[in-house]
Design a protein around this ligand. Structure first.
Ligand SMILES: [Zn+2]
Length: 75
């Protein structure tokens, strides 16, 4: 059993993130797939844009902070 690098909750065997942050990350990726069809935007710019949105859920916010701190290693 490994630990989520963001919150130290137990993570799934093949996932580095806990179920909550994994879910937030999955949503983030799925939204990005939609965005790149509508806008010419790269992953980093997308994260900056999403991060600036008011009312963003804390799970997603923490995932974005983690991705940025890891130089996009979760991309
Ligand atoms: Zn977590």
């Amino acid at each position: 059993m490994s630990e989520c690098p963001i919150c130290s909750r137990p993570s799934h065997e093949n996932d580095s993130l806990c179920q909550y942050h994994q879910h937030a990350h999955k949503n983030l990726r799925e939204a990005y797939e939609v965005w790149i069809h509508a806008l010419d935007i790269d992953w980093t710019s997308y994260l900056d844009h999403v991060y600036a949105v008011d009312g963003l859920g804390s799970w997603v916010r923490e995932v974005i902070e983690h991705i940025k701190s890891e130089d996009g290693s979760l991309e």
